[in-house]
Design a protein around this ligand. Structure first.
Ligand SMILES: [Zn+2]
Length: 221
């Protein structure tokens, strides 16, 4: 089943021949591996310069992600989206004892998808009951100190997905945690770096995240 990876994911925006797709390992010879695109938190508070937690570089990320959504559509791969979706009061927010400015309050403009994002799939909302929701797969109940799953894993299982491509915002938080959880759950995981951007609260957070992803077996390209 092993395929040689000679392709480059950042060529997504160009035209790909079937042979090139085989070369990436995304399509194994004779077998179509169930692949899904997981678009993490491309929401106004992260992707709009006026958002409360704007991630620099997000504008470019939206464009690259849209290219991947088009590619997924042409290949018949399902696309899943996640949305940070907080109540107005949550220990996730600095005003309530957490670390973040208020962001992505469910139903607010900040929680909406960026208007330029192509949305062609199911959205999984995380954090609605006041949990921390970095990973698209799990939320942490801050009161009970327990993790609880979102519906993303079962949605992927229903579609026989074996491989996920994780993109969106931000590399050093939700993309990283989603990708690491995906590995833990047994998926083959790819993170194309031109389809994500880091917050970099500390300047090397993005680089540390890339190292952690590679160490966990994620294909970072
Ligand atoms: Zn949040």
């Amino acid at each position: 089943m092993a395929a040689t990876r000679t392709g480059r994911l950042h060529r997504f925006q160009g035209a790909w021949s079937a042979e090139e797709w085989y070369a990436t390992g995304w399509i194994m010879s004779g077998t179509s591996v169930g692949t899904a695109l997981v678009v993490v938190d491309v929401q106004n508070d992260f992707a709009d310069p006026k958002g409360s937690l704007f991630v620099r570089g997000a504008g470019k990320v939206v464009k690259v992600v849209n290219g991947l959504v088009e590619r997924a559509r042409s290949e018949g791969w399902p696309v899943f989206y996640t949305q940070d979706w907080h109540p107005e009061t949550t220990p996730h927010f600095a005003k309530d004892g957490g670390i973040w400015p208020v962001h992505c309050v469910g139903g607010s403009r900040g929680a909406d998808f960026h208007p330029d994002l192509m949305v062609e799939g199911v959205s999984v909302k995380k954090g609605g009951a006041g949990e921390d929701g970095y990973s698209g797969f799990t939320m942490r109940d801050l009161v009970e100190g327990k993790d609880r799953p979102t519906e993303l894993h079962s949605l992927l299982q229903e579609r026989n997905i074996a491989r996920v491509v994780v993109v969106g915002l931000a590399l050093d938080y939700c993309v990283k945690d989603t990708a690491l959880d995906a590995v833990r759950l047994g998926y083959q995981v790819e993170v194309p770096l031109d389809a994500t951007a880091a917050v970099n609260l500390s300047p090397d957070d993005g680089d540390k995240s890339i190292a952690a992803l590679r160490a966990a077996g994620v294909s970072v390209s």
